[in-house]
Design a protein around this ligand. Structure first.
Ligand code: SF4
Length: 322
């Protein structure tokens, strides 16, 4: 009797995107430059490992500016903030460094521009997510949240000929289009965003998972529970044919019974996950006979973002003094 070889299909692109890389580097460079502690409002990115690693270096994570001692350095997370958060920081004389991903800032600009042109804006996204709170704060009187296709029925607008949809950057592409199609049935003159709001990294990671999922008995997604793009990867994997999908922070969370009848395991990670955590999962799987690893590459990513201006200015000044 022959047994099928156990194998891993490793999705690529996976893990860190340009916005997360920039945000994490912002905290690291700020610690080097100003010394510990440096305060960070909210989790800099939604990943347990990243947050605990930065805490060990001297970052203090807070929920609101009022927890930051007056005059201290505070960094705003990659998910973006509402304008009132900058105002509060100014009132407390905080030195604010904005690590908002430039692709989230782009959506903020769109929201303000359409609000200035007196549009109603339908923001497709998940209620309570930090990015949605930050984007809504750009034009609260004009933005209505649409949390998935089932929320479309309750949507009301002032003028059906002057309405546009925007979205959170980390949604499922397919589910968002389902929501948009339902909105269009109700509002045929609905306008689309000037360019994709769901970012390149979210789209690329979902495409790579779609490629491997039909061949997988189980797909493991490395990512935290509060990471929107990681949750979507697990959903996309199951929707696209994997018999099962699990979201885990660490290899130690894998349950042996998930692998009992599996021959092919798919593996990917969310945009806020360092690749060392994926390598830990590969080692865990290798110990259980999954020694054949094939990387399935569906896109090349070369995008990088420069550090926030305010930090770069201080780094330059420090270098000139040295
Ligand atoms: S997932 Fe997209 S929007 Fe979010 S930080 Fe990464 S590149 Fe920016």
């Amino acid at each position: 009797m022959t047994t099928s070889p156990k194998r891993v299909l490793l999705a690529k692109p996976r893990g860190y995107c340009a916005g997360v890389d920039r945000a994490v580097q912002t905290v690291e460079k700020a610690l080097d430059l100003y010394g510990a502690p440096v305060y960070v409002r909210k989790e800099i990115v939604h990943n347990k490992h990243v947050v605990t690693t930065l805490q060990a270096r001297g970052a203090i994570f807070v929920e609101e500016n009022e927890e930051v001692p007056e005059g201290s350095v505070v960094i705003f997370s990659a998910h973006g903030v509402a304008p009132e958060v900058y105002a509060q920081a100014k009132e407390r004389s905080l030195k604010a460094i904005d690590a908002t991903c430039p692709l989230v800032t782009k959506v903020h600009h769109e929201a303000r521009r359409f609000a200035n042109d007196d549009y109603d804006i339908l923001l497709i996204g998940h209620e309570g997510h930090e990015e949605v709170i930050g984007t809504t704060g750009q034009a609260p009187a004009r933005i209505t949240l649409v949390d998935g296709p089932d929320s479309v029925e309750q949507v009301e607008v002032r003028d059906p000929s002057k309405v546009v949809w925007l979205s959170q950057t980390t949604l499922s592409v397919d589910e968002t289009m389902e929501t948009v199609n339902r909105l269009k049935l109700k509002l045929p003159l609905l306008q689309a965003p000037p360019s994709d709001d769901i970012c390149y990294a979210t789209q690329n990671r979902q495409l790579a998972v779609k490629e491997i999922a039909p061949e997988c008995d189980v797909v493991l997604v490395v990512g935290s529970q509060n990471s929107s793009n990681s949750q979507r990867l697990r959903e996309v994997a199951v929707d696209c044919g994997s018999k099962a999908g699990y979201l885990i922070d660490f290899a130690s969370e894998i349950q042996e019974e998930w692998l009992t009848d599996a021959t092919t395991v798919g593996l990917t990670s969310g945009a806020s996950v360092p690749d060392e955590l994926v390598m830990d999962v590969l080692a865990f799987l290798a110990e259980r006979g999954f020694t054949s690893v094939t990387e399935v590459n569906t896109a090349e990513e070369r995008l990088t973002f420069s550090l926030p201006q305010e930090l770069k200015r201080d780094m330059k000044a420090a270098a000139a003094r040295a």
